[in-house]
Design a protein around this ligand. Structure first.
Ligand code: CO
Length: 171
């Protein structure tokens, strides 16, 4: 399989991703490719559907604003938000939706449960930007893009840009 960054309106971005049932070589290969693509594209997080794999896996840069080369990028398997509270509005973009950014209203703090690459269950809390990154990436696992979360008025404003992306994707 050829792993590359999938862009709107690629249908894989709209599928509900399947849970990972066991750690096998496939997962290691997917992780390697996700790490490569995240590094090349310079994002703060990446979900497996964005590289064409409909599985519940995501990579997150734990310090999203860090400029450090040795940044802490972790893989989360079958992540689930177990608690959510507060509100945070940040201007979001997405590697899969080129050239569009908009403010999205999200929870300001979350608790998350997932498995790590040792297949241990881990729990963690995140606030502000990191909480937003997790919510954005977990949305990808459910086939949701940040542009879906905008108000109807904002969607209208962006509709021409989205149409353009659709046209470019087909050609
Ligand atoms: Co995204």
């Amino acid at each position: 399989m050829d792993y590359y960054l999938r862009k709107y309106p690629d249908p894989v971005l709209r599928q509900k991703a399947k849970p990972v049932l066991e750690l096998d070589d496939d997962i290691a290969i997917i992780e390697e490719n996700m790490r490569r693509i995240l590094k090349e594209e310079g994002g703060v997080g990446l979900a497996a559907p964005q590289v064409g794999v409909s599985k519940r896996l995501l990579l997150v840069r734990m310090d999203p604003l860090s400029k450090d080369d040795k940044e802490d990028v972790r893989l989360f398997i079958n992540p689930e938000i177990t608690e959510a509270d507060g509100e945070k509005v940040i201007e979001e973009g997405c590697l899969s939706v080129t050239g569009i950014s908009a403010e999205v209203k999200r929870f300001g703090s979350i608790r998350l449960q997932a498995k790590n690459t040792e297949w241990d269950v881990l729990e963690l809390s995140a606030t502000d930007l990191l909480a937003v990154v997790f919510q954005h990436e977990i949305d990808h696992l459910d086939g949701i893009l940040f542009v879906d979360r905008l108000s109807p008025a904002k969607k209208v404003l962006l509709s021409a840009k989205l149409k353009k992306l659709k046209k470019e994707w087909k050609s």
